[in-house]
Write a protein that binds this ligand. Structure first.
Ligand code: T46
Length: 141
């Protein structure tokens, strides 16, 4: 499945917390064109329910606990983001659901493209068709 978990570079100062950083084209394999963040969610919230056609993204949770469930049309993987140093890079073609396990957890996302609703597949059956199309194309070329 096209995802990768990385540990961000982190500098800790005795008793003064830590500073983590992520650099485009160095820590993430793309130029960052957009950053968005999801906040103010109660515990138990489910978001997502879509896939992207081209977009690659890096997700991290600087505060709280959020579960990311990825689905490639055949199998599912569950990744827990509960450490500010942990980041998840997700390639295109994966259905994703996110579950807030702790109130006010923050999900930050760095994206490879500007926002484009046409890049979303928000219907699961259409997603399965897309996966089959991509596999057929890969077999031919
Ligand atoms: C993703 C997961 C991890 C914008 O206008 N600009 C933006 O940059 C984004 C990301 C969203 N929107 C609009 C589109 C919808 O009208 O904001 C609304 C909420 O978006 P959505 O329901 O897609 O939010 P989530 O939390 O289900 O998904 C988001 C991202 O949209 C998606 O790309 O991978 O976070």
């Amino acid at each position: 499945m096209d995802y990768n978990i990385i540990t961000t570079k982190t500098i800790s100062a005795n008793g003064m917390g830590s500073l983590s950083f992520i650099e485009g084209m160095r820590d993430v394999p793309f130029e960052i064109k957009r950053i968005y963040y999801i906040h103010g969610c109660p515990k138990g919230v489910h978001r997502g329910g879509h896939a992207h056609i081209k977009l690659t993204q890096m997700l991290f949770c600087p505060y709280g606990k959020i579960e990311i469930i990825l689905d490639d049309g055949t199998e599912k993987s569950s990744i827990i983001l509960d450490d500010p140093r942990k980041a998840l890079i997700i390639g295109p073609g994966l259905w994703r659901d996110m579950i807030w396990h702790k109130k006010d957890s923050v999900l930050c996302v760095a994206a490879s493209e500007y926002y484009d609703e046409k890049d979303y597949i928000r219907d699961y059956d259409a997603f399965l068709c897309h996966v089959r199309e991509v596999k057929r194309y890969d077999r031919v070329y």
